[in-house]
Design a protein around this ligand. Sequence first.
Ligand SMILES: C[S@@+](CC[C@H](N)C(=O)[O-])C[C@H]1O[C@@H](n2cnc3c(N)ncnc32)[C@H](O)[C@@H]1O
Ligand SMILES: Nc1nc2[nH]cc(C(=O)O)c2c(=O)[nH]1
Ligand code: SF4
Ligand SMILES: [Mg+2]
Length: 231
Amino acid sequence: MRGANPVRPQEGGDGQSLWIQEVFYTLQGEGPFVGEPSVFVRTGGCNLRCHWCDTDFESSPWRPSLDELLARIGELRPAVCDLIVLTGGEPLRQNVVPLIRALLERGLRVQIETNGTLWLDGMPDDPRLTIVCSPKTPGLHPDLVPRVSVYKYVLAAGESDPGDGLPTLSTQLPGQGARLFRPPPGAAVTVMPRDDGDAERNLANRQACTAVALAHGYRMSVQLHKLLGIA
Ligand SMILES: C[S@@+](CC[C@H](N)C(=O)[O-])C[C@H]1O[C@@H](n2cnc3c(N)ncnc32)[C@H](O)[C@@H]1O
Ligand SMILES: Nc1nc2[nH]cc(C(=O)O)c2c(=O)[nH]1
Ligand code: SF4
Ligand SMILES: [Mg+2]
C-alpha cells in the first residue's frame, strides 16, 4: 500500500494452505472482464513495493487450508457468477496452482492479476484461465510472457513515453526514470489511469490516459469499482 509494504520473496510450498487478505464478491472493475460479477481472492504479500499501490494486502492473519478457501469461495459465489479473480498482493508469490486447478475442475473461469515478475511450474494451460499482467518492472518472467492475454499499464499525467505512451518512471523508486517492460508486437494493451488519491491529479491522469489510448490505439480501462463505490 502506497510503497509501505515489506518486499516478500516468492514462497515454495504445496499450495494446500495460503495466506489470504480477503475474499469478496463484486464486479470486476478492471481489464478485459470489467463489469462482470466475480469472486475476488486477494492473496497476502507482494514481491514488489510500488509507491502508488492502492491496496492493503498485509493486514490479514488468515491462512486457510485449500478446502477452507474453496468453501469460502463457494459461500460467496452465486450460481450466476462463474468468474474467480486471483489478485493480491502478488498472487503468483504463493503456489496458487492447486487452487487454480480446483477452480477449473469445478467448471469455473479464473483470471489472474499479476505484476508479471513471477511464474509457477504446473500452471494449467486452459482457455478458461486468463492472465492479465500489469507490468511494474523492465523485465518480466520469460515463462509468463507467452501466457499473457492482456497487458494493463497504469498511467499518470506527464509520465508517458512520447513514442508509445507507456510509462517512463519507476514504479518502485519515486521520481526515478525506468523503461518498464514493453509488450510483444500485436499484444493486447490496456491503459488505466493511476489513482493518486487526489481529485485534481486523478482528473489529469484520466485525461492523459485517454489521450494515450486515442493516440496509440490502446483500450482504456478506468477502475469501475471506484466509480461505483464498491470493493
Ligand atoms: C493491487 S494490484 C494486485 C495484483 C498485482 N500485484 C499487480 O500489480 O498486477 C491490482 C491492480 O491494481 C493496479 N493498481 C495498483 N495501484 C493502483 C493505483 N494507485 N491506481 C491504479 N491502479 C492501481 C495494479 O497495476 C494492478 O493492475
Ligand atoms: N472491483 C474490483 N475490481 C478489481 N480488479 C482488480 C482489482 C485488484 O485489486 O486486483 C480489483 C479490486 O480491488 N476491486
Ligand atoms: S505489484 Fe501489485 S500489489 Fe504489489 S505493490 Fe505493485 S501494484 Fe501493489
Ligand atoms: Mg484493487
